[in-house]
Design a protein around this ligand. Structure first.
Ligand code: SER
Length: 314
């Protein structure tokens, strides 16, 4: 990887991945793109406004910039996709196939994230295997499973070097996720600092996999740099750092803020999505095939989140 096009560069992952890649591969070698622009974004490095549903534009931007890799991040998250299913289909699937076509035509390496959302109620819930039943009941999940299959198809049929990770809920203090089911695990830290309390829309006892963003970014780079001969799996590897229920976050926060209070007001839509996802996934394939590892457990992540949010909030 020498020159990389990032779609969704202003999104939850892209906001941090773009900067990390610029640090590794050089500022001018990372082309950030998104459907919108924020003032002064060009000061950080090359940036183009681009809509991933526009196949021609995506191809042109990739060709003009002579990239050798696409990291395709532009997508709607789970709760947003449930609210606007046909829009989600257009963006999540339309964007993906256009990006894959550009990768095929221009002979580019390709990364796109999948998700624990690619699993469904009939998937084994605990220690969910790498290869297992995937019958998701959300539009987001349908998009993710179809996306995994499509990426495998482009690899097997056209030889495109596609690689992917099934991310759990990603936690970060940089860009808010927006429209996901696991967003509560980010909001809780902001409200711990600003209000000393949080009303969780996910019920007590609901286990979901989670991961701190620095570990997620390292995993992307590591997977993309991995020797292709070692990869038996392609799209997409289970990765996770912790399996946690809302009260586990509350307990971790209380170690730093003893009077933090957690209350619950369950949102039935997001709870239903959470209930259809695994409690904990098995990451053995990622460990064995390219050495996946994480640095942050819930306590270390919590200490860092609270410190960074305190610096950030007025
Ligand atoms: N964090 C995502 C969501 O909640 C899961 O991939 O939608």
């Amino acid at each position: 990887m020498k020159k990389i096009l990032v779609t969704g560069a202003l999104g939850q992952i892209g906001s941090e991945l773009t900067g990390k890649l610029r640090g590794i591969y050089g500022v001018d070698n990372i082309i950030g793109t998104d459907i919108r622009k924020v003032d002064g974004i060009e000061d950080d490095g090359p940036f183009e406004v681009m809509d991933v549903t526009d196949a021609e534009r995506l191809f042109d931007v990739a060709k003009k910039n002579e990239v050798d890799t696409i990291m395709h991040l532009a997508a709607l998250l789970s709760a947003k996709a449930e609210a606007f299913p046909s829009v989600a289909w257009d963006i999540n699937m339309g964007g993906l196939i256009h990006a894959l076509e550009a990768a095929k035509e221009l002979d580019l390496k390709f990364f796109t994230p999948s998700s624990i959302g690619a699993f469904g109620p009939s998937t084994p819930r605990d220690n969910t295997p790498q290869d297992t039943l995937q019958r998701p009941t959300t539009m987001y999940g349908v998009n993710k499973v179809a996306g995994e299959l499509l990426c495998d198809y482009y690899y097997n049929r056209f030889g495109v070097d596609t690689r992917g990770l099934r991310f759990p809920g990603l936690i970060s203090y940089v860009a808010p996720p927006g429209g996901g089911t696991t967003d509560y695990a980010v909001e809780i830290y902001y409200e711990a600092v600003s209000k000393n309390g949080y009303e969780s829309y996910i019920a007590k006892g609901t286990y979901l996999d989670m991961m701190y963003m620095p570990d997620a970014l390292n995993a992307i780079v590591q997977l993309m740099e991995a020797n292709p001969d070692k990869l038996k799996t392609r799209n997409a590897f289970n990765v996770s750092a912790m399996s946690a229920q809302p009260e586990d976050f509350a307990k971790a926060i209380q170690k730093q803020i003893p009077d933090f209070k957690m209350t619950y007001k369950v949102d039935p839509i997001r709870q239903k999505i959470a209930d259809s996802w695994p409690n904990s996934i098995n990451t053995t394939a990622a460990v064995e095939e390219w050495g996946f590892k994480v640095e942050y457990d819930i306590d270390r992540m919590t200490a860092d989140m609270l410190e960074k949010i305190r610096q950030k909030l007025p």
